[in-house]
Ligand binder design. Structure first.
Ligand SMILES: NC(=O)c1ccc[n+]([C@@H]2O[C@H](COP(=O)([O-])OP(=O)(O)OC[C@H]3O[C@@H](n4cnc5c(N)ncnc54)[C@H](OP(=O)(O)O)[C@@H]3O)[C@@H](O)[C@H]2O)c1
Length: 240
């Protein structure tokens, strides 16, 4: 049985990954900040008792990441999805207000970087032994089209979120260079504009089901030769 570890698995894209991988027969280690306030994940765990394990994890707590990696020291993790991400406390569109020139909230920006960049890096560092022990050895960083410098063509907004995903892309590239010789594939994924709390349920293009089903096809086809790519859910390269 293959194993996937997903951060931020209680809602949105992360939950949908947990649901689809469980349904597909994978073992799912589903991490979220508050398992007691994650009813959908609890139902999934109930439906797939032998496959789904729910663990409490805030990815901005690096000591907690180390503790979890120690407690899962003997595991093999085929696929690590660093999905947990933040646009700040208000999400889109209200969160745009504190991400504009003239009204930047620097403390929110620091929090976003701590989750989106440092959290994903720390998870990868901490769980590398488990990933290397697997046969698949795949790490996915949930990035965003908004992390593309090339495609940032309108007057600046979302400085905090955009810069966090651009930094995550750089981390992805660096990890791919360090880990290619060890057979580990690391990619950045732009999931599309998805109907979640962050993407906006009424306005975004894609249902979580469709984005995640497409992402999983992309993941399945990846080899170590793809390591370091920035891809969208259709498997196309996104301009850095
Ligand atoms: N939706 C889109 O259109 C879109 C587009 C491009 C990229 N993305 C990326 O896709 C990923 C998932 O986003 P989504 O749309 O599913 O957003 P979402 O519905 O807002 O979910 C975000 C998830 O991240 C978790 N999270 C936030 N801070 C965390 C922390 N410190 N520790 C652990 N978990 C934390 C949240 O947990 P809590 O419930 O505890 O807050 C939640 O599970 C993110 O990385 C996002 O940047 C989304």
């Amino acid at each position: 049985m293959r194993t996937v570890l997903i951060t931020g698995a209680n809602r949105g894209i992360g939950f949908e990954h947990a649901r689809q991988y469980a349904k597909d027969g994978w073992r799912v280690i589903a991490c979220c900040r508050q398992p007691n306030a994650a009813p959908e994940l609890e139902s999934l765990r109930h439906a797939f008792r032998n496959q789904v394990q729910v663990l409490a994890l805030d990815v901005s707590n690096r000591a907690a990441i180390d503790a979890m990696a120690t407690s899962l020291a003997g595991e093999r993790i085929d696929l690590l999805i660093n999905n947990a991400g933040s646009y700040g406390p208000q999400g889109i569109p209200d969160g745009i207000a504190y991400q504009r020139l003239g009204s930047i909230d620097y403390s929110i920006w620091e929090d976003i970087l701590r989750v989106n960049v440092l959290g994903a890096m720390k998870m990868t560092e901490a769980f590398l032994p488990q990933v290397e022990r697997s046969s698949r050895k795949l790490v996915v960083m949930m990035s965003s089209d908004l992390g593309s410098v090339t495609n940032n063509i309108k007057p600046g907004q979302s400085y905090c979120y955009r810069s966090s995903k651009a930094a995550l892309n750089m981390v992805t590239k660096g990890l791919s260079l360090d880990l290619k010789a060890r057979g580990v594939t690391v990619v950045a994924m732009a999931p599309g504009w998805v109907r979640t709390d962050m993407g906006g349920k009424g306005i975004a293009d894609l249902e979580p089901h469709d984005s995640v089903a497409a992402q999983r096809k992309v993941f399945e086809a990846l080899t170590v030769a793809d390591s370091g790519r920035f891809l969208n859910y259709r498997g196309e390269d996104v301009a850095w």
